[in-house]
Design a protein around this ligand. Structure first.
Ligand code: DC
Length: 221
């Protein structure tokens, strides 16, 4: 049996990849994996339980009870959808993501999302590490200004207080950490298509990806 097809969408924070990946998954009736949410959940536990030891965090990565229901995220049956989006959690997530053992333990969990008829997965290392055999790999970018504004709007829309200047600074710091870490750094896979979404609407990018996917698979889907 051949494995279900995967569309891997990687890129820096607030490049629009989450919204775009969801849109593409809906359009193709594929499953969806927001891998960043897994790192955010570990960060949430780390903050709540004042847990910093790498070994303990790796255990959390393996054992935490997570459910994704539509756009809602549950941790041990508790709705943490809003909690995982705070800037404090974002910062800790990028620290947690540097720990090799955490990344290793999340591999199996992430690959379990690959089920027929297919999967759209977004993150930093979907095309390079988790699904190297993905059918289509995208690396989405956008200018730092556009990304900071997108993140700002996203938070305000959700009723979470935000400050544009400190958001820009945090994004730049997190980008640097994601790009420079030793394990699975944020880099485009050599066989990925790099797409700058600064001047494109979310709809336009999603449509483009669906079209590329259909072209690549001979229009079968
Ligand atoms: O996509 P996001 O902003 O929700 O990701 C949160 C953090 O997790 C971010 O600092 C990068 C990290 N991450 C990662 O290292 N690998 C992934 N596949 C997804 C996210």
């Amino acid at each position: 049996m051949t494995a279900a097809p995967v569309i891997a969408i990687d890129g820096p924070s607030a490049s629009g990849k989450g919204t775009i990946a969801r849109r593409v998954a809906d359009e193709l009736s594929f499953h969806y994996l927001e891998s960043g949410a897994l790192y955010r959940l570990i960060a949430l536990v780390s903050l709540r339980d004042r847990m910093r030891a790498e070994k303990a965090l790796a255990e959390v990565a393996e054992r935490m009870a997570v459910d994704f229901v539509g756009e809602q995220i549950f941790l041990s049956n508790q709705d943490v959808t809003l909690d995982v989006r705070s800037e404090e959690v974002s910062r800790r997530a990028s620290e947690v993501a540097k720990i090799p053992e955490v990344r290793k333990r999340l591999l199996k969990r992430q690959r379990a999302f690959r089920r027929p008829p297919g999967l759209v997965a977004d993150g930093r290392d979907m095309g390079t590490v988790v699904f190297p055999d993905a059918t289509l790999k995208l690396f989405l970018t956008a200018s730092p200004e556009v990304r900071a504004e997108r993140r700002y709007k996203q938070l305000i829309d959700k009723g979470i207080p935000a400050n544009l200047r400190s958001l820009s600074r945090d994004l730049a710091e997190r980008d640097a950490r994601d790009r420079n870490r030793a394990v699975a750094p944020l880099v485009p896979a050599p066989d990925s298509q790099v797409l700058d979404s600064s001047a494109l609407s979310i709809d336009a990018v999603a449509e483009l990806i669906v079209r590329w996917y259909r072209e690549r698979t001979g229009g079968l889907r």
